[in-house]
Design a protein around this ligand. Structure first.
Ligand SMILES: [Zn+2]
Length: 439
């Protein structure tokens, strides 16, 4: 038995449905993946974890003067709610929120592009801005997408002022209409939900104490079937599971299908937390996020050392695999493993300019194909087989300085406690027996 392109494609079709974090559909996908593992004789478990789910009951943007107009917006989760009657004030388009753009935002509702850093939102609050409007979408999209603004949560820490999202075509209209008085109303609450990781294990033989973890998130964003992002990655690691189940390896292999990646890498963070003790035995995390796009190119982001980057580049070259690889952090589950001390990488096949899109209703089977899908899979099967069976672990447990800096910056951005504070917290936990962790 070797890699089976058609088996992979059949499973991909089967899981190509909207499967948002914390929903029944996400659990349905988890069960499909678990069943496939078990049918092929590999033990798999579903590990539950708690997530924050945001219920937005009201999100409304009205221009009151010079002429009344209501725009279709959606609320951004984990931003502040307004009073019931909303907040009313002036308006300013602050572009990307540079200092020159935010000198006079007091009493205003601001429109901005990009997603902004937590520091920017703090600055806006200090300067007296009442709320913010983020620009979403693409000016050339058809109406069907325009009405499907993607729900999302505050980037980084919770935001101190209310935020909503507006489509770019409406943002253009809004700026041109020169509003003098606008009203923003946002009501949201955060409730607890449950999401799931699926974890399968193939025990190794003489080197079974060392573990290689393959990972891929299987959840999608709302309105998206997520065939490319990340049905393809999910099916890639399933195919690797079939492959190695037949062949056997000296090291132990873990296959982790992560839930809730799209709401902030939550599944992989929870996996690393729940398996903290074991992670010292994990020598490498090989993650996949989006492969198989027809018009695209092969990419590997290495969150490890220069040595590991060079090893991957060398093997790609000798196998004539056209790979663009670099050191860095990828906004996917490999970052969680690396943050927990496990060298990691993400393989992806990214789109050419003007090509396939993700995070909307166009992410279907239409832009991907089985042959392009196999390009990444075939190389990784070869690459990971060598690591899984090498007499000496070829992946040093270290990180390039540039990678360390990026990991630290991200921890800061997402408001994660530093190591020491974490330790203190644990002690508090033991004493008080009750402590809620703030992510
Ligand atoms: Zn993804």
């Amino acid at each position: 038995m070797t890699l089976d392109k058609l088996r992979a494609w059949k499973l991909l079709e089967e899981i190509s449905f909207v499967r948002v974090a914390g929903t029944e559909e996400e659990l349905k996908a988890a069960n499909i993946l678990k069943d496939v593992c078990e049918k092929s004789g590999v033990e798999a478990v579903i590990e539950d974890f708690e997530i924050d789910m945001v219920n937005i009951s009201v999100a409304k943007l009205e221009v009151l003067e010079p002429e009344y107009h209501e725009y279709h917006v959606i609320g951004i989760g984990k931003t502040a709610s307004t009073p019931d009657e909303g907040v009313t004030g002036g308006f300013k388009y602050i572009e990307d929120g540079s200092d020159a753009n935010i000198t006079d935002v007091e009493g205003k509702i601001v429109l901005m592009q990009g997603r902004g850093t937590p520091e920017l939102y703090e600055k806006l609050q200090k300067k007296g801005a009442l709320g913010y409007i983020l620009i979403a979408g693409n000016i050339y999209e058809d109406e069907s997408i325009k009405n499907e603004l993607r729900p999302s949560n505050a980037f980084g820490k919770d935001h101190p002022i209310p935020g909503v999202k507006l489509h770019i075509t409406d943002a253009e209209k809004l700026v041109l209409s020169k509003p003098t008085k606008v009203k923003l109303t946002m009501q949201a609450e955060t409730v607890k939900g449950t999401s799931h990781n699926v974890v399968a294990t193939i025990p190794g033989t003489d080197l079974k104490d060392e573990v290689i973890a393959f990972s891929a998130h299987y959840d999608s964003v709302p309105y998206s079937k997520g065939s490319w992002d990340n049905g393809t990655g999910s099916v890639t690691i399933m195919e690797l599971m079939h492959y190695f189940k037949e062949k056997g390896t000296r090291r132990t292999l873990k296959f982790v299908w992560c839930g809730s990646e799209e709401i902030g890498l939550v599944g992989s963070k929870e996996f690393c937390k729940a398996h903290e003790e074991e992670l010292k035995d994990y020598i490498f995390n090989i993650n996949f996020d989006m492969t198989g796009v027809t018009i695209g190119f092969e990419k590997c982001c290495v969150t490890a050392s220069e040595d590991t980057l060079h090893a991957i580049e060398y093997l790609a070259k000798v196998n004539n695999y056209p790979l663009s690889a670099d050191l860095g952090t990828y906004s996917s589950d490999s970052t969680s493993f690396a943050s927990a001390g496990v060298p990691a990488c993400t393989f992806a096949r990214l789109n050419a300019m003007g090509g396939a899109q993700i995070h909307n209703n166009t992410d279907t089977m239409d832009r991907i194909d089985p042959d392009s899908f196999m390009i990444t899979l075939e190389f990784v099967a070869l690459f990971s087989e060598q690591i899984a069976n090498a007499s000496v672990n070829p992946i040093p447990r270290k990180f390039a300085d540039s990678v360390k800096e990026k990991l630290d910056a991200q921890k800061k951005m997402f408001g994660e406690p530093e190591k020491e504070k974490e330790e203190e917290k644990k002690e508090d936990k033991a004493e008080e027996a009750e402590e809620k962790k703030d992510e």
